[in-house]
Write a protein that binds this ligand. Structure first.
Ligand code: LLP
Length: 421
């Protein structure tokens, strides 16, 4: 039975590709992030096919999962990268990413980050305010280089997703309001050390309809035409990331559906020679990973039953932060105990430390659970809260597996701290 592509039950035991998850738990302990290399490749393939014979650049939104093994896999497949910090730039360069395929997003780029990106020679800065534009022009001028820029335009469309991950509405902190865009583009085009190359937007995340993208596209097409009339020629249009994945039974928009419709509209306006840049994060990695955890204790009560596991909100914060649903699977269901309704909770001293609520299981102490869809925004959002080392990350490849990041040691967590004499 397939739970997610490349995570299947074989002989009653959940596997990642050909590797039984209990084998990994025995060898590396839990909690443990387990990724499927083939699932990464398949996710990439759906973008590649969608962009085939078209001028499309896919820049992996690496905030979703920035492990070097994941980045290197995508780099070899031809991906560019969407970065939001000097740290992410360093990771991209560490796997030999082509700077000409890196776009630099984010509302608060600092001077050192701008300098590092200019030095590397990134494809484009996605600029989010006039103040940032001025700063970028100043830093580039001092370095004697020309900075390629897009303005991240806020098209004021509703991505119909969770408020915390919706970014294209007026009330969000992101981007430059579409009404101001022409004026700010004119300002940018006058700055000596800048070269206007694109238009950018990103309207939100976990989007499950095409219409918000098309609403944004229509507004951006008008902008691009207006700019052309003013002598400002746009080479690429970056539509950001945001395609959703299946956490439960969502119906999804495929990259092909999205790009077919985007190019149809561009062709109708004779703009199909524009390069389209996409910045998918979640849809490339989300379902390629799971978080493996052990049931430490069962606690049965009048009001609630709790399964206390060894993973916690510091390993996967999405449930408590966004009220997000992650499927939970028993790795080797024995099926003989009494079925009860459980909250799956971690050991952290917070009532918000839960991973799943009201799930029906017949659980036993010591058994393994797999928290599904933990390939995106899981490890990258992990913390050390309660002095918990971050869990190891394993990449499964057929019947092989590799530690792509070992479990942190407790000593390393306070190695840099110094008590005063
Ligand atoms: N580009 C920009 C400028 C972004 O801000 C993001 C995500 C992406 C691309 C990638 O979006 P994706 O394809 O992954 O939807 N932590 C939240 C998601 C935050 C998304 C932030 N921006 C979560 O766990 O749901």
């Amino acid at each position: 039975m397939t739970v997610a592509p490349h995570f299947d039950f074989k002989n009653g035991v959940l596997h990642a590709e050909n590797v039984p998850l209990p084998t990994l738990a025995r060898q590396f302990g839990t909690p443990l992030y387990v990724y499927s290399r083939q699932a990464l490749r398949d996710a990439w393939e759906s973008y590649r096919l969608a962009g085939e014979d078209r001028n499309v650049l896919v820049c992996f939104g690496m905030k979703a999962n920035s492990n070097l093994a994941v980045l290197n896999e995508f780099r070899k497949l031809g991906a560019g990268f969407d970065i939001v910090s000097g740290g992410e730039l360093a990771r991209a360069l560490a796997v030999g990413a082509d700077p000409g395929k890196i776009v630099f997003s984010g509302v608060g780029k600092q001077v050192w980050e701008i300098q590092a990106a200019l030095k590397a020679g990134v494809k484009c800065f996605n600029v989010e305010s006039e103040a940032e534009l001025a700063q970028l022009a100043r830093v580039a001028g001092q370095m004697g280089v020309i900075a390629p820029v897009s303005l991240r335009v806020n098209p004021d469309v509703d991505a119909q997703t969770h408020p915390y991950i919706s970014t294209g509405l007026k009330e969000n902190k992101f981007g430059i309001a579409i009404e101001d865009a022409v004026r700010v583009y004119q300002y940018a085009s006058q700055l000596q050390s800048l070269r206007v190359v694109g238009v950018d937007c990103h309207i939100g995340s976990q989007i499950t309809e095409v219409s918000p993208y098309l609403d944004a596209l229509d507004k951006l097409i008008v902008l691009i035409q207006t700019l052309a009339g003013l002598g400002i020629h746009i080479e690429h249009l970056d539509l950001g990331g945001g395609l959703g994945i299946r956490y439960t039974n969502e119906t999804l928009v495929t990259p092909k559906t999205l790009l077919d419709q985007v190019f149809e509209r561009l062709a109708a306006k004779k703009l199909d020679s524009l390069q389209i840049v996409l910045e998918p994060g979640r849809s490339l990695v989300g379902n390629a990973g799971i978080l493996l955890t052990t049931v430490e204790y069962l606690k049965h009560g009048d009001a609630k039953n709790f399964a206390i596991v060894d993973a916690a909100m510091n390993d996967l914060i999405r449930p408590t932060l966004y009220d997000a649903w992650h499927s939970v699977e028993q790795v080797s269901p024995a099926g003989h105990d009494q079925v009860r309704t459980y909250d799956i909770v971690g050991p952290i001293c917070e009532s918000g430390d839960w991973l799943a609520r009201d799930r029906r299981f017949a659980l036993q102490q010591g058994e393994l659970l797999a928290i599904m869809s933990a390939g995106a925004y899981a490890f990258t959002m992990a913390s050390h809260y309660n002095t918990r080392p971050r869990a190891a990350e394993i990449m499964v490849d057929g019947d092989q597996y590799h530690v792509v990041r070992p479990r942190e040691t407790i000593e390393s967590l306070f190695a840099g701290e110094t008590p005063l004499a």
